[in-house]
Design a binder for this molecule. Structure first.
Ligand SMILES: [Fe+2]
Length: 493
């Protein structure tokens, strides 16, 4: 084990049971909520779910054929112990199969080493990102703690469940059975492969991973072979979730997150050891795609960013859009509140467009004030000039938690189109699916999931991506609810 790995291990290791749950006076299962929209945060018990034929409301387009994979934290509690942070939950992979106007659904927990051991023991045995738990099993590296809960990538017959802090887990795309940890090449064994790979129209995959301040960057071809990689000493923060790719550049926003290593060694979770320097800056790292050693750093005011839409550049101007989150510690406070069944403060994340003049070094940020997250773009425009970004959004939700609508924003004109499901629905990420035979950006469907609070059922909804205001063209209803997920991808068949 090299010293980098050992340091990361130290950072991930946490000891000492935290009595905070008991002190909070929660119910026996640690989840006491009178906010019905938070019910899916109770999580599942580790078993799979299947629906051979979902009930379809409206008409699923016959040309919409394929598989929609979606990942998220699915198990939140074992015995009397509950994870504290939304990001801790063990990965629950879902697959919707659409075609001929029909929809079926399958959900399986990713059988990570951690999950299998804990499922057998009936209790948690290892620390999580936001929950200090004594390690009762050997921690040999980040993958000993991997929960595979964040996103997905399909290459041929290989489906990957992705997690920011460790390796991808390979799954069978038909059965969702777990095949094991993915090693891209011998020298990259165990190096984190983050949950937000960018896939260009020709199938080229760009991704990154961070370990102990270093940043690994990957270029992988459509067949799954690593073409190039590098490990860069850039002082990467302890939490770096996403990045963005333009024609010529890889762009990272390195937030001013601090990490109290003494607290980690004393048993604090990663979340509890994290701090925030509001004086900033957030560093903008721009890496030349053709030569990873060519890097530039710009600075902007402190900003916490989880997700990007897309980027493009013409060699002189680099433009990208992202969603600015609430800073730390507020973000983590909210992610812990919902795990206890408590509504969060009304601070929200909002759209931004950043323009960088690569010749003068001047930065300009355009801000909007809609509450959004989980931005997506048309997969045909990744790393190319784009106009449209789609997001879940909140439309007059009042005190209620979560998004209830969808928004399409034209980032060039500022024009937006929205749809609201009203008070009783929580809307999750929706992805853009190109209509077969179409070529124009936005021609296709917006496909994603949501939760009906009154019916206590989850659904898949399908919109005409350029006519959101007309409402969903179809919804496919499950006979059960599933936990709220993070990210998905659609693969046409
Ligand atoms: Fe994400």
């Amino acid at each position: 084990m090299d010293t980098t790995r050992r340091s990361l291990l130290t950072a991930l290791l946490a000891g000492g049971l935290n009595p905070e749950l008991l002190a909070l006076g929660l119910s026996a299962d640690g989840f006491a909520s009178d906010a019905p929209e938070l019910a899916p945060f109770r999580g599942l018990d580790g078993e799979g779910l299947d629906t051979a034929s979902a009930i379809v409301e409206g008409r699923l387009p016959t040309a919409l054929r394929g598989r929609y994979f979606r990942n998220g934290p699915g198990l939140m509690q074992r015995a009397d112990q509950r994870y504290r942070h939304w990001f801790d939950g063990d990965g629950f992979m879902q697959a919707w199969t659409l075609g001929d106007g029909r929809a079926s659904h399958r959900g399986r927990f990713v059988q990570t080493d951690k999950f299998r051991a804990e499922q057998q023991a009936g209790r948690f045995l290892l620390p999580a990102f936001g929950t200090a738990i004594n390690a009762e099993r050997p921690v040999r590296g980040p993958d000993s703690l991997n929960v595979a809960n964040t996103s997905v990538l399909l290459q041929g017959d290989r489906l990957y469940a992705l997690w920011e802090g460790g390796s991808a887990h390979e799954l069978d795309p038909a059965t969702l059975a777990t095949r094991g940890v993915k090693t891209w090449s011998a020298e990259l064994r165990g190096m984190p492969f983050s949950a937000h790979p960018k896939v260009e129209a020709d199938g080229t995959v760009w991704n990154f991973g961070t370990a102990n301040g270093r940043l690994a960057v990957y270029q992988i071809d459509a067949a799954g072979s690593v073409r190039r990689h590098a490990v860069l000493d850039v002082g990467a923060p302890a939490m770096l979730h996403d990045f963005v790719v333009s024609q010529r550049h890889l762009v990272f926003l390195l937030a001013p997150i601090t990490m109290d290593m003494a607290a980690v060694r004393a048993g604090a979770s990663m979340v509890d050891a994290m701090g925030w320097n509001p004086a900033g800056p957030t560093r903008v790292l721009v890496i030349d795609k053709a030569d990873f050693s060519r890097q530039r750093i710009f600075e902007m005011p402190a900003a916490l960013v989880f997700h990007f839409g897309n980027a493009w550049d013409d060699g002189r101007m680099l433009r990208l859009d992202y969603v600015e989150s609430v800073p730390l510690p507020q973000f983590n406070v909210a992610a812990e509140q919902i795990m206890r069944g408590q509504r969060t403060a009304r601070e929200v994340s909002m759209p931004r467009v950043l323009e960088i003049d690569l010749q003068t070094g001047r930065l300009r940020v355009a801000a909007r004030d809609e509450a959004v997250e989980f931005p997506v773009v048309d997969p045909r425009v990744v790393a190319q000039r784009h106009r449209f970004v789609w997001y879940p959004t909140a439309v007059d939700t009042g005190a209620r938690w979560g998004f209830n609508g969808l928004m399409r924003l034209n980032i060039e004109t500022g024009a937006r189109e929205r749809f609201s499901f009203g008070a009783d629905t929580v809307v999750e990420e929706h992805v853009l699916v190109a209509r077969p035979g179409s070529t124009k950006e936005g021609e296709g469907w917006l496909v994603g999931m949501g939760y009906d609070i009154k019916r206590q059922r989850s659904f898949l909804s399908v919109f005409d991506a350029m006519a959101l205001a007309a409402g969903p063209v179809a919804r496919a209803w499950l006979p059960y609810w599933v936990p709220y997920g993070f990210h998905g991808r659609f693969y046409a068949t």
